[in-house]
Design a protein around this ligand. Sequence first.
Ligand code: FES
Length: 160
Amino acid sequence: MKSKKTKQRKTKGKTQKKKTVKTKKDIEPRIITFACNWCSYAGADLAGVSRMQYPPTSRIIRVMCSGRIIPTFILDALTDGADGVIVSGCHFEDCHYISGSKKAEKMIESTKKLMHLLGMDERRLRFELISAAEGAKFASVAREFTEEIKNIMKEKHGKK
Ligand code: FES
């Protein structure tokens, strides 16, 4: 049976793969998720182990605390090809480094201002507090954000 994307045809006994061209519809967003080792990364792990469905659009970068993230990490990701960035840390009272997630929240606000000044869409950056027990929340955030980024990409392509 022939699938839509990989049509094959036989020429002189040889099987050749037809080239597939990606359309705008096929383009999946690329999302970088900075996840705190102690909570959010464990939450992502729980989502995976519990077989919770979420899109494979996210690449997770584990950091020791969300307070470790600086605006340069986010802006570099966005200018180097990521369509969206999630910074995810522990709930404020659970941060292993006392005030890391509070610091991250402030950093996110200033980075959004910076993005606005640079003409970038601030919706491409999201901050979430996800504990190790919140696998379902991690999966739901990944799904929601992927849809939001897809809409932003559609808006962007619609303007051209
Ligand atoms: Fe998780 Fe600080 S240790 S956000």
